[in-house]
Design a protein around this ligand. Sequence first.
Ligand code: PEP
Length: 257
Amino acid sequence: MRRPLIAGNWKMNGRLADGRLLAEEIAQRVHRATETGVPPLPACDLLVCPPFTLLEAVHRALAGSGVLLGGQDCHPEACGAHTGDVSAAMLADLGCSYVIVGHSERRQNHGEDDALVRAKAAAAIAEDLVPIVCVGETEAERDEGRALAVVTGQVAGSLPELFEPPRLVLAYEPVWAIGTGKTATPEDAAEVHRAIRGALAERYGAEAAGAVRILYGGSVKPENAAALLGDADVDGALVGGASLKADDFWRIAEAVG
Ligand code: PEP
């Protein structure tokens, strides 16, 4: 049984005080739910991925809450002359247990291709981080009827040869749905998730494929979360904009958990 994961991608948002406050608000909800049972603790893992500058403060604010911490990217190498980059080991040092790799904003704005994403995922695994590998088609690719081929192609190209099945997460994020308010229909999302699981089963075997969590991402909000995340092959969400409000993030978690 795959435990759902609700992951918040804060992107390039928040100064120190904002990040600390948001993390404290999430942690308070967890503590209240744990102590009083009202409202109950959602039956899912919660993860937040703040910008690098906020990791340490957020780590401190989340202490004892069980909310997980992740980075938004990592370099494929462990160290060296890479100005402005951050390695998987550095993230682990700050308390991260997850890292997003291959987000479409990095594929588009930084020219990242599948081979680089694969190397980043492998670097994350080498440091005992769980990579969240993002894939997703553009609007033109969907309109041309190529969504499944594009996504399964990205899965083939972006995943490392070796990983321990639960310790890798995939995120299906249609590029046209990110930050736009548009979402895939629950049926379209479920179809892509099934195709991804099928591709994983062919390459790694059915047992491994069954253990991998596949998240949906793209304008997930409290209002649409239950419908989008209701399919058995959808194991949670990668949430951008709505993860910047503790209440919205929590309500999304309640919708799956
Ligand atoms: C994302 O950035 O991964 C994302 C899904 O963003 P949003 O929820 O804002 O569409």
